[in-house]
Design a protein around this ligand. Structure first.
Ligand code: ZN
Length: 52
């Protein structure tokens, strides 16, 4: 069975299987992460680029 619309974690590259770990950035894109850990690491590294 092929999965459609597979999303990759924008931090570690793993397949995102759970929705909800997303962040909007200033470039107008929404990044997806596989887990709360990747999301929080991205926030630490790129806090200036995140739209709250
Ligand atoms: Zn990840």
């Amino acid at each position: 069975m092929l999965k459609q619309d597979v999303q990759m974690c924008d931090l570690c590259g793993l397949v995102v299987e759970i929705d909800g770990f997303t962040v909007d950035i200033k470039e107008g894109k929404t990044l997806k992460f596989c887990c709360a850990g990747c999301l929080s690491v991205y926030r630490l590294l790129n806090g200036d680029n995140i739209v709250e």
